[in-house]
Design a protein around this ligand. Structure first.
Ligand SMILES: NC(=O)c1ccc[n+]([C@@H]2O[C@H](COP(=O)([O-])OP(=O)(O)OC[C@H]3O[C@@H](n4cnc5c(N)ncnc54)[C@H](OP(=O)(O)O)[C@@H]3O)[C@@H](O)[C@H]2O)c1
Length: 262
C-alpha cells in the first residue's frame, strides 16, 4: 500500500497508538510532535515491527508556533508525498481558573487545539477534494458537550473541534472526502498528569487505554463515520450533558475539575 497518514501528537498517548495501528495496517506514516527524540523511538519501533516496506517520516514541530501547519504542509510537499489521511490529534489542557493562568499558555492552547487543527485541515483538504478521496480524523472529547469550569479554555476548544469538524464534514458530503470526529472520554495517557489533574490519576486503572481508543477511532475513520465516541459510559456522559440544565452541569463539572483546596 502506498498510502500516507499524517498524525499530529504521535509521540505518545492516543496519537502514538494510532500511529502503531496505521503502520500495522500497512500505511506509511508522518509523525508530528515536539519531542524529536521520542518520535525517533516511535519511528524505529514502527519500522522494526512492520517487517514490510514501510516509510516513516518524522516531523518534529511545535504546533504553538503560528504558521506551524504551513511548515508541515511545505515539508510534506517537498517530499512529494500525497497525504491520504490527516489525523489532528495533538492537544493539551491545564487546570485552574481562567483569569489566573498564564496568558501565553492560554494562547498556546488555542493555537494547538484549534488553530493548528483548522490550518492543517484547510491545507490538506483541497488536494483530497480534487482527488475525490481522503479521510480526516479530528480528536475532540466528551468535553465538547459541556462547559468545564477550571478547564474553561480546554472544554471550549473541544466544543470548537466538534462543531467545526461536523459542519465541514457535512459540506464535503458526496465528495469522497470524510471527516470523523472522535470524542474520547477519560483515557489512560499522560494527558492528565501534564494538565495538572492530580485527582484523575486515581482513576487511571479504570480508564480505557489509548490502544482501545485508537482501534475504535481507526474503524470509524475507515468506515467514513462522521462521529465516534469511545465506550458506552462516554455515550452516557454525552447524553446526560445534553439532558441536564446548564446550571446543574456547571455545578457537577466544576466540582469534578476544580483543583483540590489547599
Ligand atoms: N486522555 C484523555 O483522557 C483524553 C480525553 C479526551 C480527549 N483527549 C484528546 O486526545 C488527544 C491526545 O491526547 P492524549 O490523551 O494522547 O495526551 P498525551 O498523552 O499528553 O499526548 C498529547 C500529544 O500531543 C502532542 N502535543 C502537545 N502539545 C504539542 C505542541 N505544542 N506541538 C506539537 N505536539 C504537541 C504531544 O507531543 P509532544 O509533547 O512531544 O509535543 C503528544 O504527542 C488530545 O487532543 C486530547 O485533548 C484526551
Amino acid at each position: 500500500m502506498n498510502q500516507w497518514a499524517l498524525i499530529t501528537g504521535a509521540s505518545q498517548g492516543i496519537g502514538c497508538a494510532l500511529a502503531r495501528l496505521f503502520a500495522a495496517e500497512g500505511w506509511n506514516v508522518i509523525l508530528v510532535a515536539r519531542d524529536a527524540a521520542r518520535l525517533g523511538v516511535v519511528a524505529e519501533e514502527l519500522r522494526q515491527k512492520s517487517g514490510k516496506a514501510l516509510s516513516v517520516m518524522v516531523l518534529p514541530q511545535d504546533l504553538t508556533v503560528p504558521g506551524a501547519g504551513q511548515l508541515i504542509f511545505a515539508a510534506v510537499q517537498r517530499e512529494r508525498i500525497v497525504v491520504n489521511v490527516l489525523v489532528n490529534n495533538a492537544g493539551f489542557g491545564f487546570q485552574g481558573a481562567f483569569v489566573e493562568q498564564d496568558w501565553q499558555q492560554e494562547l498556546d492552547l488555542v493555537q494547538v487545539n484549534i488553530v493548528a487543527l483548522m490550518e492543517l485541515t484547510r491545507l490538506f483538504l483541497p488536494g483530497m477534494r480534487e482527488r475525490g478521496a481522503g479521510r480526516i480524523l479530528n480528536v475532540a472529547s466528551t468535553a465538547a458537550f459541556l462547559p468545564g469550569p477550571y478547564m474553561a479554555l480546554y472544554y471550549a476548544s473541544k466544543a470548537f473541534v466538534y462543531s467545526f469538524s461536523n459542519a465541514v464534514g457535512r459540506e464535503l458530503a458526496g465528495s469522497g472526502v470524510t471527516v470523523t470526529t472522535l470524542c474520547p472520554g477519560l483515557t489512560a495517557t499522560q494527558f492528565h498528569a501534564r494538565a495538572g489533574q492530580n485527582r484523575v490519576g486515581g482513576f487511571l486503572q479504570k480508564m480505557m487505554g489509548a490502544d482501545r481508543v485508537a482501534e475504535i477511532a481507526y474503524r470509524a475513520l475507515m468506515a467514513g463515520r462522521p462521529r465516534v465516541t469511545s465506550g458506552l459510559l462516554n455515550h452516557l456522559v454525552i447524553l446526560i450533558a445534553k439532558i441536564l440544565p446548564t446550571w446543574l452541569i456547571l455545578r457537577i463539572s466544576g466540582r469534578f475539575i476544580a483543583p483540590p483546596k489547599r
